[in-house]
Design a binder for this molecule. Structure first.
Ligand code: ZN
Length: 434
């Protein structure tokens, strides 16, 4: 380490050497040989230490000055990004490094060279390192560049400091203070953001379950089983994309009261609620095809009203004493929120039908609305999807086939992605239909 400091000090005063060119060249040869021999010797330690943590090593620093500028040259074992910042009181330049290992003896660090009064280097956190340059007069780093040296991955990081007026220096320092303040204000949020998963949550609600069988198909199959296996496949595909969090109101054959399904979604701050059903309708096997329902106080048609009424009896079917009361949305703000949420629900229904048009047999009126209790969350866009009507033997055949399930879940995933994309583009605003 003695020799290292020798090397650095001599090189650092090199530019002030008044000797002849020949003498400079001779000095250079000696210094170069010394540096080379000792860097071989030191590197056996340095590189061994570095490979433990895979850190880049800074093992040489030269400082030179002339009339125009003071130049710092760091030799680093790998290319790293270095940023400079300006601080006043006292006058300082801070060089921000990634996590590097400074293997510079404190004795070897320059003092009183050009604008550099003194210099310290070290790690400031487990991910950042820093070089603090105390200045003897105001100076700004106008250039930081990285150049290859010798061979291999080593780089020379070159920082040039130019003397400047005090006013200019103070302006640069105050800009840096403002930036730091803005970063500090933003810091708690971004720190929390790292911990909390910010992806939108989609709640998939397989209808019925347990003692509530839902509809029973003409083949004896139960709605609760068809919709659970469909919901599981949809959940699996949605999770695979990685853009969303996905939760199911039930993952097995268990009854969940209607209001608890809504509460489940609201408690978790869901961004979309999708209930999956496959009912029978009016005992009429002519009515078939996929239908999307949105919540509404007034049903779009008598069949939808009947369907909602039968769905809303789910709790009674499961043996609850009486249907639980739905949280009433009575105030004006709540009403406005509900109207906006329903506009989003309608956007989703239209997107879904658009995606499904060529992939599935649609009902002749594929978008309908009625007073479904599971579609009453005032703040979560919600839809109820009737995959088909198991009063129709051909719908049962479709709904239980692997090919159809695969196509339909693909299109649903597409519709959900389109919906969130559209909401992002609209900035959350959707025209509210009366
Ligand atoms: Zn149902």
């Amino acid at each position: 380490m003695e020799i290292m400091s020798f090397d650095i000090r001599h090189l650092m005063y090199n530019s002030r050497n008044d000797g002849s060119n020949n003498r400079r060249f001779f000095n250079f040869l000696i210094y170069f040989s010394v540096i080379f021999l000792f860097s071989c010797f030191l590197s056996s330690f340095s590189w061994a230490k570095a490979t433990e943590k895979q850190l880049a090593i800074v093992d040489s620093l030269q400082v030179q000055s002339d009339a125009q500028s003071t130049t710092l040259r760091f030799i680093v074992s790998a290319d790293v990004a270095v940023e400079a910042a300006v601080l006043d009181q006292p006058l300082r330049i801070i060089l921000e490094w990634p996590d590097v290992s400074f293997q510079l003896s404190p004795d070897s660090l320059p003092k009183g060279v050009g604008v550099v009064k003194s210099l310290r280097a070290g790690m400031v956190s487990h991910e950042r390192s820093r070089v603090v340059i105390e200045l003897s007069e105001p100076a700004l780093p106008l250039k930081i560049r990285s150049e290859p040296v010798y061979s291999g991955a080593a780089r020379e990081i070159i920082v040039e400091l130019f003397p400047t007026g005090r006013a200019q220096f103070e302006e640069a320092a105050s800009k840096r203070r403002e930036q730091a303040a803005r970063r500090d204000q933003g810091a708690p949020e971004s720190a929390a953001g790292d911990l909390v998963d910010q992806r939108p949550l989609i709640v998939i609600d397989p209808g019925h379950g347990g003692p509530d069988l839902g509809a029973t198909g003409v083949t004896g199959i139960f709605e609760k089983d068809i919709v659970l296996s469909f919901a599981k496949e949809l959940t699996r595909k949605l999770k695979n994309i990685g853009e969303f969090r996905v939760a199911m109101t039930r993952e097995r054959d268990v009854f969940v009261p209607l209001d608890d399904r809504v509460k489940f979604a609201r408690a978790r701050g869901a961004s979309l609620f999708l209930s999956i059903h496959a009912d029978t309708l009016s005992g009429n096997s002519e009515v078939r095809g996929l239908t999307v329902y949105t919540g509404s106080d007034r049903a779009s048609d008598p069949e939808s009203a009947r369907l909602a009424e039968s769905e809303n009896r789910s709790d009674i079917a499961a043996g609850l004493d009486e249907a639980q009361s739905v949280e009433a949305v009575t105030d004006i703000l709540g009403d406005l929120m509900m109207r906006e949420t329903r506009a989003h629900s309608n956007l989703f229904a239209r997107t879904l039908v658009g995606q499904m048009t060529n992939a599935a047999k649609l009902n002749k009126n594929p978008i309908r609305s009625a007073g479904f209790r599971v579609l009453r969350a005032p703040d979560i866009p919600s839809a109820l999807l009737e995959l088909g009507y198991i009063s129709s033997p051909s719908d049962i055949e479709l709904l239980t086939s692997v090919g159809w399930t695969d196509r339909a879940t693909d299109r649903l995933v597409g519709a959900i992605m389109d919906f969130f994309e559209a909401r992002r583009n609209l900035g959350g605003a959707v025209s509210i239909e009366p």
